[in-house]
Design a protein around this ligand. Structure first.
Ligand SMILES: *[C@@H]1O[C@H](CO)[C@@H](O)[C@H](O)[C@H]1NC(C)=O
Ligand SMILES: *[C@@H]1O[C@H](CO)[C@@H](O)[C@H](O)[C@H]1NC(C)=O
Ligand SMILES: *[C@@H]1O[C@H](CO)[C@@H](O)[C@H](O)[C@H]1NC(C)=O
Length: 440
């Protein structure tokens, strides 16, 4: 994710402001008690400087096992530099921010999300890397510039979290995330697999699986797929396809030369050409007539909301941090495919994409998956792609072999849980529990 467009809801209309100060009790609370995270605050990544990762944790609503054994999902947003509060308050968290002009002076409120990912599992949102969202980077130099540094910080945050309470200690952990988290999710998974054997059993992270939604994971392969993908969708003609292919080749050549910063710029140019040629409102979903409309950033900048979440009121919330994006400029085109190759052997991996995503969608994912060095890859590629149904209705397509599961979600774009709340919930629950079509 996700540089989404904010709706301008922060404007304080004079009459409404007056109304709320004269009659404060007639206004519904902005952050009702039942919507508060079970726990939120900061997990230090560097106690000497004060750099820390902001977290919001929501316990399972209806767990089917004792809490001490109930799976724990961790969610990481993409960007690079976007806040996981996007996932929390716009996509898969238990309460989403909506505009409601009747409830209070801010014109915003929280409503329960029927597709919340914490129905059966604990759900932990981490603002990653430091500098993103409400996380604190004591200095710009401390912001990670590569995936190893990202993973080190995440490891400190995750072990910090699991030692907060005995109930968190031994639960199976699933790392999930979207878009640029296609880098972060493999990076922290790989780090855990390598770190665990060096640690006493009591300090290990109980990694059970990783899930990547609409991810950027092997950029050099993925950047070369856009021309075909949009040409065969009927969005450009053959001459435009050749122009795009040329731009894609430039990005690939720069990767081969190790000119990382320019390679990232070349990829951005491909994206810009795609937007210009197709005239689409957003590459995140080719069916949308308007970009995704969001209001959670306005909500998160209200002092009362920050206070409720345990955030210093002087912090300014941004959906995406440019400083973090800039720090990771040289990282964007670097592949973490080899990390997924280890994870699929030692753990389990779910790759899922929305059918309408033109950024990091189905075609772009299948292109790198088939090049994976893994003894199961032939079997995976030969496995049936079955029609996936939720409550009898077509929800998408499912293919699996061994540790690897691939799901294509119908009726969804890049910001998939926002588009298909209930089906994304069914997907994550059945994958974790290996139930229904995800079993066997
Ligand atoms: C990277 O590529 C750009 C554009 O082709 C070029 O101007 C620059 O000198 C290259 N930098 C390095 C370090 O090779
Ligand atoms: C896309 O269109 C804009 C507006 O016309 C233009 O300024 C920009 O240079 C174009 N970008 C590319 C990569 O063609
Ligand atoms: C909040 O941040 C401000 C500015 O950085 C600082 O002066 C203040 O002490 C902080 N307040 C708390 C409660 O940490």
């Amino acid at each position: 994710m996700a540089r989404t467009t904010s709706t301008a809801t922060s404007t304080c209309f004079l009459l409404l402001c007056l109304y709320s100060s004269f009659y404060p009790t007639t206004s519904a609370p902005l952050f009702p008690k039942e919507a508060l995270p079970t726990k939120s605050g900061y997990l230090p990544v560097n106690p000497t400087t004060g750099s820390a990762i902001f977290y919001a944790f929501y316990e399972a609503q209806a767990p089917t096992s004792p809490l001490s054994r109930t799976p724990l999902l961790i969610w990481l947003q993409g960007g690079p530099g976007c806040s996981s509060m996007t996932g929390n308050f716009f996509e898969l968290g238990p309460w989403r921010v909506i505009t409601s002009h009747t409830k209070n002076a801010h014109g915003l409120s929280l409503e329960p999300n029927p597709g919340a990912w914490n129905r059966l599992f604990g759900l932990l949102f981490l603002d990653n890397p430091i500098g993103a969202g409400f996380s604190i980077a004591a200095s710009p130099e401390e912001i990670p510039r590569d995936q190893h540094s990202v993973a080190k910080h995440l490891f400190a945050a995750i072990t910090g979290f699991t030692s907060l309470h005995p109930l968190f200690k031994d639960r199976p952990i699933y790392i999930t995330g979207e878009s640029y988290a296609g880098k972060y999710v493999p990076a922290i998974g790989y780090y855990i697999l390598n770190k665990n054997p060096q640690l006493p059993v009591s300090q290990r992270v109980n990694l059970a699986g990783v899930a990547i939604g609409d991810g950027l994971t092997d950029p050099v392969t993925q950047v070369a797929t856009h021309a075909n993908s949009v040409y065969y969708s009927g969005l450009i003609n053959e001459r435009q396809k050749r122009e795009l292919e040329q731009a894609q080749r430039e990005a690939v050549e720069l990767v081969k030369l190790g000119n990382w910063s320019e390679a990232t710029n070349a990829r951005s140019k491909v994206m810009e050409m795609l937007v210009n040629m197709t005239g689409l409102a957003t590459l995140y979903d080719f069916t949308k007539k308007k970009p995704y409309q969001t209001s959670y950033a306005t909500f998160l900048n209200i002092a009362e909301v920050k206070k409720a979440l345990g955030v210093n009121e002087s912090m300014v919330f941004e959906e995406c941090s440019e400083v973090v994006g800039y720090a990771l400029q040289d990282d964007v085109m670097k592949s973490v495919k080899y990390m997924v190759e280890l994870l699929v052997k030692k753990s389990k991996v779910l790759l899922y994409q929305g059918l309408y995503d033109l950024r990091d969608g189905v075609v772009s994912t299948e292109a790198w998956v088939k090049t994976m060095k893994w003894e199961g890859i032939e079997k995976f590629l030969m496995a049936d792609r079955v029609v996936w149904r939720v409550k009898g209705e077509l929800a998408g397509y499912l293919q699996k072999w061994g540790g690897l599961t691939h799901v294509v979600v119908s009726g969804a774009g890049h910001i998939l849980p926002a588009d298909q709340p209930s089906n994304s919930q069914a997907m994550i629950e059945d994958w974790v529990l290996e139930k229904g079509q995800f079993g066997g």
